[in-house]
Write a protein that binds this ligand. Sequence first.
Ligand code: WQD
Length: 338
Amino acid sequence: MKKILITGGAGYIGSHTAVALVNAGYEPVIIDDFSNSEKSVLERLKSITKREITWYEGDCNDAVRMRQIFSENQLTGVIHFAASKAVGESTQVPLKYYRNNIVSLLVLLETMAEFGVKDIVFSSSCTVYGQPDQLPVKETTPRKAAESPYGNTKKIGEDILTDYVKSNASVRAISLRYFNPIGAHKTALIGELPLGVPANLVPFVTQTGAGIREKLTVFGNDYDTPDGTCIRDYIHVMDLADAHVKSIAYLQDKGDHFYDLFNVGTGQGNTVMEVIKAFEKVSGKKLNYEIGPRRPGDIEKVWADTGKIEKLLNWKAKYNLEDALKDSWKWQLSLTAK
Ligand code: WQD
C-alpha cells in the first residue's frame, strides 16, 4: 500500500487528511511534535479508520529523526502541514516562525532527496494574496506583501519549491492555498482542538454557543460589504482533506520535475454575520455577540476562484457553510460533553 508521510498529522487538517488518505487506499504515516495537537487524536483516528496508524513523535527540523522515519518507511510522498500557524503570535516571535516553518521544509526536502522520495504537497494559504484587487481570486493573481511573518513563511515556502524544481531536482510539488478551514469529521471524534482562546471565528462562535465564551465580538461592521462585515471563503476540513489526496494522485504521472499551485476553497464568500445566522440556524441557539472595532491586519474580503483545481484535479467542495457549521457544532458538543 502506498505510504504517505503526513507532517503535523495529529493536527486539525492533518488528522482529517489521514482519514481521507485511508479512505482512498493509502497508508498514512504521521510525524507530529504535539506542540499544537494531542496524542488522543491517534486513538480516535484508529476508531474512525479501523486500523493502526503508524506515528512518530518528532520535530521536522530534526534531520536525524526525519532520516530515521524515511529509513523505516518506504514512502511514496509527503504532505507537509507541520508549521507554526498563529498569525498574531507570528508578529510577536517572528524568528520562531521563520526558523520552524522554513527550516522544517528545507530538512524535509533534503531528506526526501536522500531517500528518493519525489512527491510533496505543501500547505500554503490564501493569505499570500493579501487583499486581492479582483474577486474571486485566481492563482494568477500576483501575491502581495505578507500581512504577517506567518503569511510570509508561506510565500517563502512556495518560492523554495519553485526554485528547487527549477534547479532540476527530482521533485514533484503542489502548493495548496487554503482559504478558511472549518468543520469537523462527521463522527465528531476529531476536529479543531481548542487550545487557548480561539483566534479564529468559527471556534469562537461554537464556544460562545456552548457557553464557554460569554460573547462573540464581531471585528468591525463598517467594511465595504453587503452587511459591513468581512467576507471569507469557509471550506469544510473534509473537502480540504480530499484536495490533498487528489493532489498526491495527480503528481503520480508528472515526470521528474513538476510544480503547480491551487486555490482550495468553496468559491463562495460569506460575511461574518452570515456565519452567525447560519450557526443560529443549525444549532437552534441565539448567539450572543456585539459589534466591536476592526481587528488590525484583517483584509476586507476574499474568496476563491476554484476553476483550476476543479479542472485539473477534478475536485470541488461538496459541503456548504451550513454543513460545516453543523459538524463544527457537533464537535463542540462532543468536547463539552466530556
Ligand atoms: C475570519 C473573520 C475576522 C474572530 C486566519 C489566518 C489564515 C488562516 C485562517 C492559517 C475575519 C472575523 C474572527 C472573532 C470576528 N490560518 N472574526 N471575531 O483571519 O480570515 O484567517 O485563519 O493558515 O492564515 O489569517 O480567519 O477566523 O480569524 O477570521 O469577527 O472573534 O472573522 O475579523 O473577518 P482569517 P479568522
